[in-house]
Ligand binder design. Sequence first.
Ligand code: NDP
Length: 251
Amino acid sequence: MSFEGVESFAGVSVLVTGGTRGIGRALVKAFAERGAKVTFTGTNEAAANEAAAESGHPDNCRFIAGDVSQADSASAAVDAAVEHGGGLDVLINNAGITRDGLLMRMGEDDWNKVMDVNLKGTFLMTKTAARRLMKSRRGRVINITSVVGLMGNAGQANYAASKAGIVGFTKSIARELAGRGVTANAVAPGYIQTDMTADLPEGAADSLMGLIPLGRLGTVEDVAEVVVFLASPEAGYVTGQVIPVDGGMVM
Ligand code: NDP
């Protein structure tokens, strides 16, 4: 699917965490095609090269390796975005991981790792980027949460808690940053086909379908389109919201 022929983001500087695969890779493409200067993070250099090439606009893309849960990586990513894009307008906190397991078997390490990447990473990146976003005329924070953060999911207590935390974080910073002209919203994908969901046990995808009124799994482009809207000037009066992109799973 192509994103071409839609409104332009020429001159807009966008920073995407976890842009090497899945939803993040679609975000890199969506914004690069629209003319944005896209800086993206991740840990896999080979996948990063593929992501830039796949966007069709590699000159608009810049990869910086780094772990979002480390403060120095967050600083390096923001600096790279400022250099590549001449400032920073849009931060998309997308990097995320799962370490699934039932509560009784969930190790402390599984809890800490998921919280560090998903929730602390979102905090570190946003805090580091905030001053730059305030300088933009269209500062935006868009956090990728999950329907699981809204409805819970057996076997994902750590992941659900991290994603629910992102909802509270988003609403709080929306209130803090509104006076500086920066909006903050969250997008809550449902079941989207990526590496993260590739390992579902047999039959689980079929039973999930029964929960999706629109009767199909989501695509990475379904999510990217909504993020692009939230980053656009047209969404300038939307802040502190959580927008599910889930085929109707959560109503
Ligand atoms: P993938 O597993 O396909 O991709 C995850 C991305 O995050 C990769 O680019 C990976 O980079 C990056 N990443 C992971 N850990 C780190 C880290 N510590 N620092 C920097 N980057 C990191 O996931 P999805 O695309 O499916 O998910 C993207 C987001 O959407 C996540 O926040 C996820 O929770 C959320 N989501 C996904 C849903 C789905 O159904 N797929 C549903 C709801 C929410 P690399 O490989 O280079 O390390």
